[in-house]
Design a binder for this molecule. Sequence first.
Ligand code: ADP
Ligand code: MG
Length: 254
Amino acid sequence: MTHIISIVNQKGGVGKTTTAVNLCAFLGKKRKKVLMIDLDPQGNATSGLGIDKGNIENTIYDVLVNEVPMSEVACESAAKNVDICPTNINLAGAEVELVSAMSREQILKNAIAEVEENYDYIIIDCPPSLGLLTINALTAANGVIVPIQGEYYALEGLTQLIDTINIVKKKLNPKIGILGVVLTMFDRRTQLTRQVKDEVDKYFGEKVFKTFIPRNVRLAEAPSHGLPICEYDEKSKGAKAYEALTKEVINRTK
Ligand SMILES: Nc1ncnc2c1ncn2[C@@H]1O[C@H](COP(=O)(O)OP(=O)(O)O)[C@@H](O)[C@H]1O
Ligand SMILES: [Mg+2]
């Protein structure tokens, strides 16, 4: 069975892309066959995995809008065993262009069906909104990972996110559920982040991963080299954390 996991939070800057890229890379290192789908028009996962955005022929936009098969768009990334279906800013138009399309919420799911059996994991990096692209990601996935940043307004908007997942579950995809919640950019020492952790624990209980991702400058530097953290600085705290998170993800998807 292929595990299809969407990384979702409608807030920007909470660590979705960093989590998506490094989860893919560590899954690949553990000999899983992985496909990353970059569904954010900003394309940070695309460049973070070593693909030059200015130099790609077909993107996920062509899959969604022009019916180009996913197998023709997916290419090898800088991470071992990880293919990527890249994106660029064209995708920003898709949200509008797809509004009148047939079964517009299921386009990604149908496109994935063609390549699904080639992969153990398909990870979808979502844009910072709950629009049609994210709905497509939720319709295609069987699990969601929600990164939450350890900061004051961390829980704001989460009710809306949960409501959206529940609507998709009811109307489009009964298989969808939260696989886990991960605290990112977490500084254990401050009282504020401890408060956030308590609140997140209260809200999500067992869903919260034991691993939290510390604030670590190496994680922020790695994308500018087009490398996941395990290639950029394997010994960093950030690498250790994402490796531990990946183990938890594998355990939860056994
Ligand atoms: N654990 C971390 N430590 C330090 N910087 C981080 C960490 N996680 C993410 N960042 C940085 O924070 C910014 C936002 O992260 P990103 O993963 O792009 O969030 P999102 O995809 O949710 O918008 C990026 O510049 C990224 O490099
Ligand atoms: Mg992002």
